[in-house]
Design a protein around this ligand. Structure first.
Ligand code: ZN
Length: 204
């Protein structure tokens, strides 16, 4: 892994991605963008940034994976079933589709979670094939982004750390604000932005 110094601040040392790295898009689905059941404000501003990261990884042939919340219609996390969330990301629905302005690369791996009606899966690793996929690919460092809730991101990061992965949270491509971000920093994940990865932004 190559380390590079962030010239602008002169302090953070962010590992640059290499062939043992993967980009993980956490739940970039319509229901988490404005207009969706659990849409975050300003979420559409993330789309060009996410696309820049996708381009950076796909150009190098580094793996890109996306998790998706993929619930049956009677999922236990929905309020009508006594759960905490409005109905969202129902299998096959428009809300469950990826945001249509995201430029998903061919061959991107899609990992479904939350498919068991009785269990919620906040982490992308819970009850999914994500850990196996990453192991098959020889991934050691995971770069993570997405409009998912604070809980989803945090649980995903914690599970990744437990598996011995290094996690870099791409904080200019997530939907959560400063305070929850501070809490997430206690998980051991590093935080980076596009400029740390030498991504010229905006790209076209
Ligand atoms: Zn869900």
């Amino acid at each position: 892994m190559k380390l590079s110094k962030d010239e602008s601040s002169g302090q953070s040392t962010i590992p640059q991605p290499d062939r043992h790295s993967a980009l993980l898009l956490v739940d970039p689905q319509n229901d988490f963008f404005p207009g969706g059941a659990m849409g975050i404000p300003e979420g559409n501003n993330l789309v060009p940034v996410i696309n820049a990261y996708i381009k950076h990884f796909s150009r190098q042939g580094w793996p890109i994976l996306a998790t998706r919340d993929w619930h049956p219609p009677n999922h236990s996390s929905f309020t009508e079933q006594g759960g905490p969330w409005p109905t969202h990301c129902v299998q096959g629905s428009r809300g469950a589709q990826f945001h249509s302005d995201l430029v998903m690369p061919p061959g991107m791996m899609v990992i479904s979670k939350g498919t068991n009606p009785k269990k919620d899966a906040r982490s992308g690793f819970e009850g999914s094939s994500l850990a196996d996929r990453l192991e098959d690919l020889g991934v050691k460092t995971m770069y993570l982004l997405g409009p998912a809730t604070h809980d989803c991101l945090k649980q995903t990061i914690e599970d990744a750390c437990k598996l011995g992965l290094q996690v870099i949270l791409l904080k200019d491509a997530i939907g959560i604000s400063e305070d929850p971000l501070k809490e997430i920093s206690q998980t051991g994940a590093l935080q980076a932005t596009a400029s740390d990865l030498k991504i010229n932004f905006p790209t076209n």
